[in-house]
Design a protein around this ligand. Structure first.
Ligand code: ADP
Ligand code: MG
Ligand code: ZN
Length: 439
């Protein structure tokens, strides 16, 4: 942990081109540079990558980053290349000659790689990689392990990946001297945080958490009836002509139906679901990113790791599978900070459909129970008429939120807006108010 604070700002500017830190970035970075384990819990777009990339540049040796998706890895690698930061990625895509070249560089007396991205499969499956790690470790050149999207470790999360559980061995294998482990995620309830920290052996890691409140997102909810759907299409046409949006649907068929409806109404829309081949999917995504198509009607498969700043609306045509999923999916709107609209169309019937889908899966009864519980939470979010939506969402992540903030914001949620218009109608629900009257 030999670094000077002025060096921190110099590198931030010279290497990354930023003038200042955001949110809790600085606290996390200083702690990481002091070789502490860290758990970084910040919403998508907050800037978690910098929390390990800046320390990687300032530290001796190689920082190893585990990331779940090739597309996410490719994205980071090309960003690092642009910034002239020595970075490589070991994925199964690479020819064995190319992989060998990377191993050679890792084994050399002074490795010229600062950041090495790997998929979790690679860590558990490749003996060649473990011997490269051991060699680096012996020579004091294994700076730290970074686990991106760390919630994938936990069965309680909505993104569980079996390969991630093998990351448990990192702590015990690289124990003396202890190689620090940094976990990053945007989606973790208190339960998942604990589970994840236990699992990767960083129970006592420092926590760096920033707020999950998204001030520029307007959360709305409407009952799903055939007529309201037509109204929604009209509304989107009026409010956001030619703007980017995502509509999440439960099934392929629903994607097609909604896309047809939009197209008939004169909007530009395409579908994205597991029924299309990889090439078509990549194509649709590219056209959307390049603003050549405006609205994507997608199943859950769309959007992970996509960073489009100007998404103006996210509509849930059918229920999301969990509150976390809902937060993540709506979180794709308004990354540029401009007001954006998040609408959920709710029918109890859809929750029954969702329940059937879960009951039909092969998972163990414990996991099925968890999924069912997730749906109940979504249903109670939807059935709720008295509590601020923002409050419900962020409190799910363990954050405290004052509804007054939503009520007075430029984009109050539907509940707060109704309250503002007609405060007396809600008096009966407002326990604190009642309590005051009694006292
Ligand atoms: P996350 O992983 O938390 O979703 P990223 O690390 O991908 O977020 O960062 C999101 C965006 O924010 C990136 O475009 C990144 O360049 C930018 N960013 C990160 N830190 C800063 C900063 N201190 N100042 C300005 N932009 C930043
Ligand atoms: Mg990230
Ligand atoms: Zn509200």
């Amino acid at each position: 942990g030999d670094f000077r604070r002025d060096e921190l700002y110099k590198t931030l500017k010279a290497k990354f081109g930023f003038n200042s830190f955001r949110h809790r970035q600085k606290n996390a970075i200083v702690s990481i540079l002091l070789n502490n384990d860290a758990f970084v819990l910040m919403p998508t777009g907050a800037g978690k990558s910098l929390c390990y990339q800046l320390p990687a540049v300032l530290s001796k040796g190689v920082t190893v980053v585990v990331s779940p998706l090739r597309s996410l890895i490719e994205d980071q690698r090309s960003k690092m290349k642009e910034l002239d930061i020595p970075c490589e990625a070991l994925t199964s895509e690479l020819s064995s000659a190319d992989q060998e070249a990377i191993y050679q560089r890792l084994m050399s007396p002074e490795p010229d790689i600062k950041l090495l991205y790997v998929t979790p499969e690679k860590i558990s499956a490749s003996g060649r990689l473990s011997s490269a790690f051991s060699s680096l470790h012996r020579r004091g050149l294994l700076a730290r392990f970074v686990i991106d999207e760390a919630h994938c470790v936990s069965q309680w999360g909505h993104d569980f990946r079996p390969d991630y559980t093998k990351l448990k061995s990192l702590r015990s294998t690289y124990a003396s001297p202890k190689v620090p482990i940094i976990a990053l995620t945007a989606t973790a309830t208190p339960k998942i945080v604990t589970d994840t920290r236990d699992h990767i052996g960083i129970e006592t890691s420092k926590l760096f958490i920033s707020s999950f409140v998204r001030d520029n997102l307007k959360y709305d909810l409407l009952p799903k009836a055939s007529r309201s759907v037509v109204k929604v299409v009209e509304k989107m046409k009026q409010l956001y002509p030619g703007k980017s949006g995502i509509i999440y649907c439960l099934s392929r068929k629903e994607c097609e139906t909604v896309a047809n409806m939009l197209t008939k109404a004169g909007m530009s829309a395409e579908v994205y679901h597991a029924g299309l081949n990889d090439k078509t999917r990549v194509n649709v995504q590219h056209r959307w990113l390049a603003n050549r198509v405006d609205v994507i009607c997608a199943t859950i498969a769309f959007g992970m790791g996509i960073d489009k700043p100007d998404v103006r609306f996210v509509i849930h045509f059918s229920l999301p599978k969990s509150i976390e999923g809902y937060y993540q999916e709506t979180g794709r709107a308004g990354r540029d900070g401009l007001p954006s609209y998040c609408l959920m169309l709710y029918s109890y019937q859809d929750s029954i459909r969702l329940r059937r889908m879960i009951e039909d899966t092969q998972s163990t009864s414990g996991i099925r129970m968890m999924h069912l519980q997730n749906i109940y939470q979504v249903v109670s979010y939807c059935e709720n008429v008295s509590v601020c939506r923002r409050k419900m969402l962020v409190e799910h992540f363990g954050e405290v939120y004052d509804e007054q903030t939503c009520r007075t914001s430029k984009t109050p949620c539907d509940v707060c807006e109704k309250r503002k218009k007609n405060p007396s109608a809600f008096r009966v629900f407002d326990v604190s108010h009642e309590a005051k009257l009694i006292l």
